[in-house]
Design a protein around this ligand. Sequence first.
Ligand SMILES: Nc1nc2c(c(=O)[nH]1)N[C@H]1C(S)=C(S)[C@@H](COP(=O)(O)O)O[C@H]1N2
Ligand SMILES: [Mo]
Length: 206
Amino acid sequence: MEGDGTRKIVNRGFRGRRAGTAVPLPPGQYLVEDFPVLSAGPTPSVSLETWDLTVVDVDGTVTRRWTWPEFRALPSEDVVVDIHCVTQWSKLGTTWTGVSLDVLLGDIDTTAEFALVVAEGDYTTNLPLADLLGGKAWVAYAYDGDDLEPEHGGPARLLVPHLYFWKSAKWVRGFQLLTEDTPGFWEAVGYHNYGDPWREQRYWDD
Ligand SMILES: Nc1nc2c(c(=O)[nH]1)N[C@H]1C(S)=C(S)[C@@H](COP(=O)(O)O)O[C@H]1N2
Ligand SMILES: [Mo]
């Protein structure tokens, strides 16, 4: 009897997906099959010779720094995640390779509760440190098994799929750890400070 019950549940889920009713999509989003490019400015040309990734602690000291070869030598993982842009497109089942923020920030002893993510150009974005930890965020350097293309943030970008995709800073270069939250590029001009797509936190008042 137990075996029969299990089989029924599996079959129900299978039929639901085939009928297109079981695809999870946050409110107000629509599906895309292509991969749109959204950048506030031009795609920077980044030299791997001078590239580094730094973590700056609350007192301004550089507590961690990796060159490109050092970063690439860190343990990485493949992740398959759904991404949700605030301009309402969502893309399901995207495949990335990157280094977990648990690896990058894991053993840092800090009083910080927030981070300002800093990218090439003037792009920044803020989030609670807790949203970078616990298997929720990566610095990704490959998409679908290939080097990350420059327009999508190559050589490396932040990937924080549980928040709107503007939090996933392309061309990421560092993390400024903070005791007090500081709005980033989009958060300062009207986009939601946290940006949870499932609660449709698009703008300040949402
Ligand atoms: N440095 C940087 N990162 C960025 C952006 C940007 O303009 N500059 N745009 C954000 C926004 S609004 C989105 S939706 C995604 C788009 O990533 P994609 O171009 O790879 O689709 O990158 C985010 N990260
Ligand atoms: Mo976006």
